[in-house]
Write a protein that binds this ligand. Structure first.
Ligand SMILES: Nc1ncnc2c1ncn2[C@@H]1O[C@H](COP(=O)(O)OP(=O)(O)OP(=O)(O)O)[C@@H](O)[C@H]1O
Length: 242
């Protein structure tokens, strides 16, 4: 019992035995995932194993059946998506999903719009982290480069000052020289700002550089987990190599 309670305190997010179907196809099968407070956890697995689906389930964007999803020990399953953002989970979806017609400022304000007590200021920290956003505040989102759009998507996910930041393949479609920059930003958020990070990442060197922990899934199931130093070549060969 003591061990269970310790685990609950240590894990900011805990997904246990979650099942999920899209129509007739079952995508997640008794899926487990634990995200240690303060960690940068990389969720890994081959294409189509259900990584994005799992993140969407955590955000309340895809309904689950069975199992539990706990944040701070509190079950999220009955909480609508907007509520999950409000209690401290920031989400950067695959493909970024910024609004191309809105300005940078308006995109950031979209992130604030769900705050319970009306609009407040964009925290200054966002501009410290991403000076380019301040410089381009009145430029349209669609006119930014891929890397700048990714900074905007991360900035938008941070305006409510979450404790947990979830990112779905933040490097997809970004030039290699910018990938390093995005990596530096995520490391800084995790190690300096103290955010817990859960990240879907396909590229091993990037995951090894950023991650403190890993979780691997296969065909909708949890198959391996550990600290990044335990992600040996054998584990990679067994579960990640194509
Ligand atoms: N809205 C949907 N309706 C039906 N099936 C879906 C839907 N979204 C995803 N799927 C299916 O669910 C499975 C898991 O997809 P998902 O995108 O979660 O995998 P992934 O591990 O994130 O893949 P990738 O690495 O390619 O992004 C796939 O077989 C996919 O075709």
């Amino acid at each position: 019992m003591a061990a269970v309670m310790e685990d609950a305190a240590e894990n900011l997010l805990a997904v246990e035995k979650v099942d999920l179907r899209y129509g007739q196809s079952q995508i997640l099968w008794g899926m487990n995932l634990a995200v240690r407070r303060g960690s940068c956890t990389c969720l890994m697995g081959r294409n189509g194993v259900g990584k994005t689906t799992l993140l969407r389930a955590v955000m309340g964007l895809a309904p689950t059946f069975g199992g539990s999803i706990r944040f701070h020990g509190q079950d999220l399953v009955r909480q609508p998506a907007h509520q999950r953002a409000r209690i401290g989970i920031g989400y950067v979806p695959q493909g970024r999903e910024i609004f191309p017609q809105l300005t940078v400022l308006e995109n950031l304000q979209v992130g604030l719009g769900i705050r319970e007590h009306g609009l407040s200021e964009i925290p200054e920290r966002i501009y410290e982290l991403f000076p380019i956003l301040k410089q381009f505040l009145h430029r349209r989102g669609g006119d930014l480069s891929g890397g700048q759009q990714q900074q905007l998507a991360i900035g938008r996910a941070l305006v409510l000052e979450p404790e947990l930041l979830i990112l779905d393949e933040p490097n997809e479609g970004i030039q290699p020289n910018i990938v390093r920059e995005i990596g530096d930003i995520i490391i800084r958020l995790n190690r300096e700002v103290g955010l817990t990070v859960l990240l879907v990442e396909q590229k091993l060197p990037f995951a090894r550089r950023l991650g403190t922990d890993f979780v691997i899934m296969e065909k909708g199931r949890w198959v391996a987990t550990g600290t990044m130093s335990e992600l040996t070549d054998e584990v990679v060969k067994a579960h990640l190599a194509v």
